[in-house]
Write a protein that binds this ligand. Sequence first.
Ligand code: NZQ
Ligand code: ZN
Length: 383
Amino acid sequence: MHNFDFRNPTELIFGKGQIAKLSERIGKGTKILMTYGGGSIFRNGVYDQVKKALEGYDIIEFGGIEANPDYDTLMKAIAVCKENKVDMILAVGGGSVIDGTKFIAAGANFDGDPWDFLIGKAPVCKAIPFATVLTLPATASEMNNGAVISRRATKEKYAFHNPDGFPLFSILDPTVVFSLPQRQISNGIVDIYAHTFEQYLTTCINTKVMDRWAEGLLQTLIELAPELLKDDRSYDACADFMLTATMGLNGFIAMGVDEDWSTHMIGHELTALHGLDHGVTLAIVFPGVMSVMRKEKQGKLLQYGERVWGIREGSVDERIDEAIRKTEQFFRSVGMKTRLSEHGIGQETIDTIVKRFRDRHWKLGEGGIVTPEKVEMILKERL
Ligand code: NZQ
Ligand code: ZN
């Protein structure tokens, strides 16, 4: 196990009816910017619950943050923050609204162009305090300090981390999951599966607690998926789904392990270039990473196959093939396509992505083993 420092200051407020607690956490005279997305919160009652809980507060609203939050939209929100000198931001939405809010919260305290946070030209500055009311379990943005921002004008999508940019608190009411369309449930399941994988499917360095936690999250997702995909999904399944999402990327399964975020980085390019949903990109790329990196990840692939899918028979390659097949089958069972060609994407996109990674001198994965050459092999395997 590697040495590690661990800190996660976000308070989780979890359960039915918990949105009402907003006024207990936010002082009366606080000037709030409330951020949200394209309008789902008006249809599922979350907006009304937030407004009721914060009756009498000074709130400026900023709606219209799109899925894969766009730089141009967020810059407008930064201008609103600067003009009105807001004390805190309350994000009400999924990962996109929360990520967008993290960008706004830091950008509002910055005199230059906050795009520089994303391309490593400027350190991320201290953010305005912010909190969240989560409406979509998937990203764990509600309990981490990362954010991913898109720039449609240049077809780019990058992540940044802000050391002090955790939400103050996040309210997780599982009843918000009732109104999610199947598409977003599928995206969430695959996103959480991928986050868990990226902190698990790396080296075997004796991290027994982390391994069992990660395998537990994967098994929970496999068990919950059929119930979650029903239109009348149960509260208990929604609650476990929400907690699985948060635990997948709040640092708790990353203690002392190696990580490989290559699937996400390749996936971000597919979203930037073709507009695919985040979860959709991961369902395509992951089986390719497993297959192309099978030698480097052999120990963990075998362990995963055995502990998660009960694969014990056959040669090493046969067991790894079966583990990949089971994974791809699981993604397909939740309604995902797993091939580039199924989305009309071909060699031209592969060339573009590989060139971008070469130009950026990116070497991804544990110890930089996922080179641009490997990325090309991974994507070709997914045609
Ligand atoms: O915009 P509205 O109208 O609210 O609709 C949203 C959006 O269209 C809708 N939705 C959200 N909650 C709903 C709902 N519809 C019905 N009922 C509800 N309760 O769902 C759509 C997708 O929302 P979005 O926030 O985009 O989804 P998600 O949470 O999957 O976020 C995706 C973004 O997060 C980034 C992704 O790259 C992508 O940009 N990620 C952020 C991470 C992080 N901060 O740690 C890590 C992830 O790996 C990921 O990269
Ligand atoms: Zn993700």
